[in-house]
Design a protein around this ligand. Structure first.
Ligand SMILES: Nc1ncnc2c1ncn2[C@@H]1O[C@H](COP(=O)(O)OP(=O)(O)O)[C@@H](O)[C@H]1O
Ligand SMILES: [Mg+2]
Length: 363
């Protein structure tokens, strides 16, 4: 068993409070991702787990054992960084074997483990090469190989793909996911890239300013964000946020935009008290479709000019002004042509996310 439990973790750098009370549990064998904007504390949290940072308060337990005061090398973890940190004058084999040699493993065991790791990563043919004769993706595989041979309980990754170009990044992302399936160890992965987080994670911890803003399964966070911050961080193109007023009369609610249009909310939405309040209407680009004939249940119709049309192949992004702000719709490519003028949109109001603009909380 090598799950991870963190309770009441605080970390300060001098007067700067970098981690402000982190509580989390990561199940044994799962893939957890810490995601959030640059500077929110992801690396600090990961380095604290590794023992590379001393924490000010709180406890860290790996597999039920309190490791808060253990040295990094006694925590039974393996870490992969953004900069592969390979030894330039050692071959791939010796780079992977390095940690085992320094722990005085017998030669036969070293050969067996390096061979196995190389097999898993598809780099057997590269074992005699020097790092400078490898591509970026191959170097990152070697760095991961070095982590695998340790047979650690817990794997930590800090933005391991950030230095790779887009195509290679996609490929290595798939490989890391496959690796997790194959070796079944608990993995904790840090990234600022929401696509990486969504595709890799069993569970996402979304950080903001040294705190966990929300945690959950990727699609849970995507469909049911607890704040406007989470709603805006996940999803590409970004969720549309349209200002207006939420008006409820006799149990029927509508969002009335600053420009006067009224968009009815379906009756089964959260019970709202009669009255009026300012609101941000959050609607993802894929929930704006073209209105054709009668509206489907729970949809509201609105017309707007197509100000910008951006075909990407399968999907076309259309930007219009609705309620005084730029709004993007993600339409099927065959649904829109390049000379489009006015478009009638159907907004899926059952999928709308209503945000209180004063607290950023989803209501
Ligand atoms: N050694 C350090 N000394 C002072 N401040 C630091 C140090 N390391 C990180 N910080 C600060 O702590 C915050 C979180 O940093 P970090 O965990 O690296 O963020 P992330 O990995 O999410 O981008 C940042 O504001 C950063 O400037
Ligand atoms: Mg970082």
């Amino acid at each position: 068993m090598a799950g991870l439990t963190i309770t009441g973790l605080h970390k300060r750098y001098g007067g700067f409070h970098a981690l402000k009370g982190i509580d989390l549990t990561i199940q044994d064998g799962s893939f957890a991702v810490f995601v959030g904007p640059s500077g929110c504390g992801k690396s600090t949290l990961l380095r604290s787990i590794a023992g590379l940072e001393d924490v000010d308060e709180g406890k860290i337990a790996i597999g039920g054992e309190d490791v808060t005061d253990l040295r990094p090398r006694d925590r039974d973890i393996a870490m992969v960084f953004q900069n592969y940190a390979l030894y330039p004058y050692l071959t791939v084999f010796e780079n992977i074997a390095f940690g085992l040699r320094s722990r005085k493993f017998p030669e036969t065991e070293i050969r067996r483990r390096v061979g196995e790791a190389a097999e898993i990563l598809g780099i057997t043919a590269l074992l005699d090469r020097l790092p400078r004769h490898l591509s970026g993706g191959q170097r990152q595989r070697v760095a991961i190989g070095r982590a695998i041979v340790r047979q650690a309980k817990l794997f930590l990754f800090d933005e391991p793909l950030s230095n790779l170009d887009a195509k290679l990044r996609d490929e290595m992302r798939g490989e890391i996911k496959r690796l997790h399936k194959e070796i079944g160890k608990t993995m904790v992965y840090v990234t600022h890239d929401q696509v990486e987080a969504m595709t890799l994670a069993d569970r996402i911890m979304l950080l903001r300013d040294g705190r966990i803003e929300q945690e959950g399964a990727p699609l849970d966070l995507f469909e049911r964000p607890s704040t406007g911050f989470v709603a805006s961080f996940l999803g590409s193109p970004t969720i549309n946020l349209i200002p207006g007023r939420l008006v409820t009369r006799s149990g029927r609610s509508a969002v009335v935009l600053d420009t006067g249009e009224s968009l009815d909310l379906p009756a089964q939405r959260a019970k709202l008290d009669d009255g009026e309040r300012p609101i941000l209407l959050g609607i993802r680009p894929q929930y704006l479709t073209r209105a054709a004939g009668t509206l489907a249940a729970g949809h509201a119709r609105i017309e707007a000019n197509a100000d910008l049309i951006q075909p990407t192949g399968t999907r076309t992004f259309v930007t219009s002004h609705i309620g005084g702000v730029a709004v993007t719709a993600e339409l099927a490519a065959h649904d829109v042509d390049n000379s489009e003028g006015r478009i009638a949109y159907a907004l899926d109001m059952a999928r709308a996310i209503l945000i209180d603009p004063s607290t950023d909380k989803v209501i």
